[in-house]
Each structure stands twice: as C-alpha cells, then as structure tokens.
Design a protein around this ligand. Structure first.
Ligand SMILES: Cc1cc2nc3c(=O)[nH]c(=O)nc-3n(C[C@H](O)[C@H](O)[C@H](O)COP(=O)(O)OP(=O)(O)OC[C@H]3O[C@@H](n4cnc5c(N)ncnc54)[C@H](O)[C@@H]3O)c2cc1C
Length: 261
C-alpha cells in the first residue's frame, strides 16, 4: 500500500494566434483594441473571452457599431460585466486541461458526473494492472492509530491478493496474449477498494469550471473532491484573475458573487 496525496497538474491552456486575430480585426476596423491588450504569457485565456464577447456587439471601439457609443476599456471591468450580466456562453471558448493524479475512484466517479463543457480520458484499470494500491488518507484518519492499523492491514491483504492473482493467472509468463491479460486484469480490479488512487485528464471550459468549483467545494461535497476542486480554484484564480476573482472562500467553500453565469 502506498500513501498518496491527490495532485492537480494544469497541462494545457488556450493559446491565441494574434496574427489571425489582427487579420480579422482589420476587416471590421477593430485593430486599436488589439493595441490596448496585454499579451503576456498568461493573458491569452482572458483575451480570448474578451475577444469572443466583443465580437458579439462589434464593440472594439465606439461607433464601429452605430448602436455602441461607449466601450469599457479596462479588461477586468469588461469581464466582470460579462459575469454580472450572465453572458457566460463566451466563457466556453477557453478550456483548460488538468491531470487529476492519485485521486480515488470515489472522486473520479463524482468528477465524471459533470457533463457539459468537459472532456475526460480516464486511466483504464482494465489495461493498467494494479501492483500496489495507492491510497489517500485524510489528516483526521491518519491521526487515528487504531483505524490506520486496521485499514493498512486490509489494504495490504488486498494488495497481496492482486499479486497472487497475477501469479496464479500466469500473466507475466512468456507469450500470454494482451487480450488475456486485459480480461484477467479487468477481473482483478474488482478486488481493489473504491478508494484506490488512479487518475484522469479532465478538460473543462471556464463556464464549467466556475460551476464545478462552486459545487464541488460546497460544505456538503465529499472531502477529497473538495480538496481537488480547491486546488483547481487556486490555479484558475492565478490563470484568470478577472474571471475567478469574485469568489469568497469560507472554510474551503468557494462562493461566487455571480452563480450559474
Ligand atoms: C454535495 C453533492 C451531493 C451529491 N449527491 C448525489 C447523490 O446522492 N446521488 C447522485 O446521483 N448524485 C449526487 N450528486 C451529483 C449531482 O446530482 C450531479 O449529478 C452532479 O453534481 C453534476 O452537477 P449538475 O447537475 O449541476 O450538472 P452538470 O453536468 O455539471 O451541468 C451543469 C449545469 O448544466 C445544466 N445541465 C446539464 N445537463 C443538463 C440537462 N441534461 N438538462 C438540463 N440542464 C442541464 C444544469 O443547469 C447543470 O447544473 C451530488 C453532488 C453534490 C455536489
């Protein structure tokens, strides 16, 4: 048994092609918007959302759309207004990919319940044979000596059974076809506890991230998923301060100023 901690890696974020943006803006007369823009390494996601929002009203500059006589020039103000007016569809253009590593099957089962705006690739325990049983214990459990003694004994026994089955089925013998290994590995995973740590790639757009961070850090949510989405919330607040700056964090619960944008 290997004690692990749930980990979150941000592995991909939006990347704008400013030459193509400029080419489009020349068509509609909005080049000066691009000149105002910060284009640092971390600015692309918010720039993409602002771009999508301004395209809707042609609000690059006053007068390009005769119905628009004033525009917000500060990006933070502009994006806060998107949240306030629940114009959340423009947030869907910016997606972020995370590896959620060493999270339990309990947690993955809950993560995959969120449907719109996500993509998921989950480690297959049909293919990946369990050799040790990675397992997360919350702090309060670690402090309970008797609980840890009994829990460790059970996990050690389950782990030993995994190894026994692999040997019993001869999975590492010469010439065993992969299909046979897969068949037996799938059987063997049934004897892993639901707390076994595994992982997935989880991609979500900003609209979905706002909703899931709120839902999965709420006081009633499960403690491991609260931990995971707290980490995702911290990452997103650094990545997109204007789009995640409205949350107040109370006892680990991320409470947004604007819900369900
Ligand atoms: C504290 C907590 C306890 C839970 N307990 C249980 C439980 O006991 N049993 C259980 O089965 N599940 C439970 N869940 C899971 C929960 O029921 C949802 O399945 C999960 O949180 C996904 O969230 P969502 O419904 O907001 O949908 P998401 O898939 O995250 O969708 C986001 C939003 O899009 C809209 N939407 C998505 N799909 C549709 C659709 N088909 N039609 C209309 N609108 C849609 C809704 O507004 C939805 O809120 C729990 C979740 C939490 C946070």
């Amino acid at each position: 048994m290997k004690v692990v901690e749930p980990q979150v890696y941000l592995v991909a974020r939006p990347d704008l092609d400013y030459d193509e943006v400029a080419r489009y803006l020349q068509e509609v007369g909005g080049e000066r918007w691009l000149e105002r823009l910060d284009r640092g390494e971390l600015d692309d996601p918010q720039n993409l959302v602002e771009f999508a929002g301004r395209l809707c009203y042609r609000s690059w500059e006053p007068g390009l759309n005769p119905n628009v006589s004033r525009v917000r020039t500060d990006q933070t103000d502009y994006l806060r207004n998107i949240l306030k007016s629940a114009h959340g569809s423009v947030l869907e253009h910016a997606s972020f990919s995370f590896v959620l590593h060493d999270i339990s099957r309990v947690a993955t089962h809950e993560v995959v319940r969120h449907r719109p705006g996500v993509a998921i690739s989950q480690e297959s325990l049909r293919f990946v044979r369990l050799q040790d049983l990675p397992f997360w214990f919350p702090e309060w459990a670690r402090e309970d000596e008797e609980l840890m003694k009994r829990a460790t004994a059970i996990l050690d026994q389950l782990e030993e059974f995994q190894r026994w089955m692999a040997d019993h089925f001869g999975l590492d013998e010469e010439g065993v076809p992969f299909s046979a290994k897969k068949h037996r590995t799938s059987f063997m995973r049934r004897f892993a506890p639901e707390g076994v740590a595994t992982g997935l790639v989880w991609t979500a757009n900003i609209r979905t991230l706002r909703h899931t961070i709120e839902a999965r850090t709420a006081p009633g949510a499960e403690e491991e998923i609260r931990l995971i989405f707290g980490k995702i919330g911290e990452i997103m607040r650094t990545e997109c301060p204007a789009l995640f700056g409205d949350y107040v964090i109370e006892d680990g619960a991320w409470i947004p100023e604007w819900r369900k944008v």
